[in-house]
Design a protein around this ligand. Structure first.
Ligand SMILES: Nc1ncnc2c1ncn2[C@@H]1O[C@H](COP(=O)(O)OP(=O)(O)O)[C@@H](O)[C@H]1O
Ligand SMILES: [Mg+2]
Length: 348
């Protein structure tokens, strides 16, 4: 178990700079996720930590050890890939034993540790099978056992659940988190799936074009995104361009709203972040509620417990609002849209 520190890391492939002066500290024993769209540099960063990519500048530390130039096989990492990367011609047991054999672990200890790792992922009964005889979920559990059996300093996982079907993904999330907690192993998990990141992580770093856009707990990332990019990527958000009139006051489509402007700095554009589940609708025939805008319902999808509504402001901007499924507004209805005063304005 180690603290991982990445300092001023730069990685280029030919002309393209894929990691741009990247800094990161991953606390010992934590479950840390790199989240971002395809191509933003997640895999490249993970491979630099693993030792499969050599950075052009900067350094990587496990605790007080500078491992930047240490070869991958001497870093004592466990790695799990999206496509499992099992040896097809080895049994499950031999796949898991591979790292211990390479380390010349004595036979009795090797057998005991392989058994223990297979037990941990619930595959002891299938130890003599070959990868081709197993399901995707089972193969990924073999890969996990193979990574953990060497008792690595850090566990690195690159989109390990992306090839599994939706239901299996959910149960594998729990299993991976449980194993990580038991082993108390510093884990770096890569995903492009924001829900997966929110559900599993102690901390998340959102990546944008080779940089860290924001690093925070799931709760802070969701409730206090620092930029439109993060707000939009982590849970879908309505981003409404507004004009700041005064401290805590903005103007939208000719109406004034009280909101939280503390994070809006500089002269740039102001955007109001509105989560669909934080908004509410009332009939326009009612007295205008505090902090409300007149809107027209343009669409409604009934999903049982809730309904997804689309509403248009007077300036034709469209927002999504989640309402209780029982609420039966219809397209064309004139409504009040209430905006919480805690809604945040950001300046990017
Ligand atoms: N070996 C490589 N050679 C050249 N370009 C690469 C190589 N690996 C990655 N890249 C480029 O680096 C960028 C980031 O890739 P990657 O780290 O795989 O992103 P992610 O995992 O976030 O999808 C992409 O534009 C990709 O094409
Ligand atoms: Mg990738």
């Amino acid at each position: 178990m180690s603290t991982i520190r990445v300092q001023n890391l730069v990685k280029r492939f030919e002309q393209q700079t894929v990691l741009q002066d990247l800094n990161l500290t991953i606390p010992e024993g934590s479950f840390f996720t790199l989240l971002g769209p395809s191509g933003c540099g997640k895999t490249t960063l993970l491979r630099c930590i693993a030792g499969f990519n050599e950075p052009d500048l900067g350094s990587i530390w496990f605790d007080e050890d500078d491992i930047t130039r240490v070869p991958a096989y001497q870093r004592n990492i466990g790695m799990v890939f999206q496509d499992y990367a099992l040896f097809p011609d080895k049994s499950v047991r031999d796949n898991v034993a591979y790292g211990l054999k390479a380390r010349k672990v004595a036979r009795d200890e090797l057998t005991a540790r392989v058994d223990e790792a297979l037990e941990l992922v619930g595959l002891k009964a299938l130890a003599e099978r070959y990868p081709a005889q197993m399901s995707g979920g089972q193969r990924q559990r073999v890969a996990l056992a193979r990574a953990l059996v060497i008792k690595p300093r850090v566990l690195l996982m690159d989109e390990p659940l992306s090839n599994l079907d939706a239901k299996l993904r959910l149960s594998m999330r729990d299993m991976i988190r449980d194993l990580q907690r038991q082993a108390r192993i510093t884990t770096v998990f890569v995903t492009h799936d924001q829900e997966e990141a929110l559900a599993m992580s102690d901390q998340i770093a959102v990546m944008q074009s080779g940089r860290i856009a924001q690093m925070d707990t799931p709760e802070a990332l969701y409730s206090q995104p620092v930029s439109a990019y993060v707000a939009d990527f982590v849970g879908s958000a309505n981003l409404l361009e507004v004009e700041q009139v005064a401290q805590s006051v903005v103007s939208v489509a000719g109406q004034q709203l009280i909101v939280d402007t503390r994070d809006a700095t500089g002269d740039g554009l102001r955007k109001l972040v509105l989560r669909a589940e934080d908004l509410s609708l009332q009939a326009r025939s009612q007295v205008q509620p505090d902090n409300a805008l007149p809107v027209t319902l343009t669409g409604r999808q009934y999903l049982g417990a809730k309904a997804l509504c689309r509403v248009a402001l007077d300036n034709d901007e469209v927002l999504q609002v989640d309402v209780p499924g029982l609420q039966t507004f219809q397209p064309g209805d004139a409504l009040w849209l209430t905006v919480p005063q805690t809604s945040r304005v950001i300046s990017q």
